[in-house]
Design a protein. Structure first.
Ligand code: FAD
Length: 348
């Protein structure tokens, strides 16, 4: 593999139901930042789907200099084989140095398949990406040397107890799937245009081809906690499903949304889609209330980027107070209703 042939930062632009997924716009923001530190500054979005050509301008507004479009009936609904074939073929033809994919259900299926086909490595579920030097300490005779301009991919490891930084120095592209909600979207530039390249990888049905007979969508009643500006999050300390109503009252008073820790999900009190943390969602609200939540590293990983963190806990030594901007030591059953009453009175 001649690594010097591989240039530019690419992202996979995920389209679902005629819309670009928010994670793809987040990836464009990060890709722009990474490309600024490389020789080839162009950012390319790879858009796969059917009747998707109308989405290229949105990708341009969020930072794509070029969009490679594969528009084909074979890509109408996501299935592994045609999507993996299309993306692997784009890589073989356009040779990106870096390829970023959202760690969505689709991205987690697509990324590893594609990396295996093009024979490179992939770091899954990254929470940090930067261009830097990779030390060759393990290579005999080169212990003091470094490879420059490598993609350093950071992700939690060993159940979130440590953070690993991984590089892929000998193969290209350097591939990563990235957790939704972690990277920031760039400010959109209305009216920006990208170079659009239509690409046809040629589709041939093989024995891995799956036919979709029917798509049944889950109808969710819960608000998306990743969109909320104010989150009122509860943990095991809330004590029961019913008692989450006091958090709901506080959320209602602030026009906020209720979220929770994994302990509350495991206890069957709250649905998984409201879980914040390493195996839940990464959130960045303006205000995050952590109520009856101890502050385990796996929870904090999903909320530490919040604008203002307010913790309520009856244990003055709870680790959550190390992350919080404001802490209230007390019984949540007393503190939360009192807070709600005061806020309602102040806003009345
Ligand atoms: P606890 O740790 O039991 O804390 C309850 C807190 O409530 C305590 O601090 C206590 O002092 C306080 N409290 C009790 N009663 C009251 C009261 N009346 N008033 C005020 N305070 C009170 N966790 C997540 O949240 N999200 C994840 O995505 C996640 N992913 C994980 C992934 C892995 C691989 C692993 C191993 C773990 C993961 N966890 C995750 C679990 C995590 O390690 C913790 O177990 C979990 O966050 C604890 O939830 P908690 O803070 O609600 O409960």
């Amino acid at each position: 593999m001649d690594l010097s042939e591989y240039k530019g930062v690419f992202i996979y632009a995920q389209e679902t139901d005629g819309k670009i997924s928010p994670i793809s716009l987040e990836l464009l923001g990060k890709a722009k930042e990474l490309a600024a530190n490389l020789e080839e500054k162009k950012v390319t979005a790879v858009l796969l789907g059917y009747h998707v050509s109308g989405l290229t301008d949105e990708l341009a507004e969020y930072g794509a200099d070029r969009v490679i479009v594969v528009d084909d009936p074979a890509l109408e609904e996501y299935t592994s084989e045609p999507y993996a074939h299309a993306l692997a073929s784009v890589i073989d033809t356009y040779k990106p140095e870096i390829l970023l994919i959202g760690a969505t259900a689709i991205g987690r299926d697509l990324g590893p398949r594609v990396s295996a086909r093009v024979h490179t490595g992939l770091t899954a579920d990254c929470t940090g990406l930067e261009i830097g030097d990779y030390p060759l300490t393990a290579v005999p005779g080169h212990e003091a040397d470094q490879k420059h301009g490598q993609l350093l991919m950071t992700r939690p490891a060993f159940g979130g107890n440590t953070i690993a930084t991984i590089a892929c120095p000998n193969f290209r592209p350097q591939m990563a799937t990235v957790r939704p909600g972690v990277m920031k979207k760039a400010e959109p530039k209305p009216g920006a245009k990208a170079e659009v390249v239509n690409y046809n990888p040629g589709f041939e049905k093989n024995n891995c081809w799956v036919e979709i007979l029917k798509v049944v969508k889950e109808v969710s009643k819960a608000a998306d906690i990743q969109d909320a500006k104010i989150l009122v999050s509860g943990g095991r300390g809330v004590g029961s499903k019913e008692n989450f109503s006091i958090l709901q009252d506080l959320a209602d008073a602030l026009h906020g949304t209720v979220a929770c820790s994994r302990a509350a999900v495991d206890a069957g009190w709250m649905p998984k889609e409201l879980q914040v943390g390493q195996t839940g969602k990464t959130v960045r609200p303006n205000v995050y209330f952590a109520i009856g939540i101890s502050g385990a590293i796996q929870h904090v990983a999903g909320m530490e980027e919040s604008g203002l963190i307010i913790a309520i806990n009856n244990d003055p030594n709870a680790p959550i107070f190390d992350t919080a901007d404001y802490g209230i030591v007390g019984d949540l059953n007393q503190v939360v209703p009192l807070l709600t009453k005061k806020i309602k009175a102040a806003l009345a």
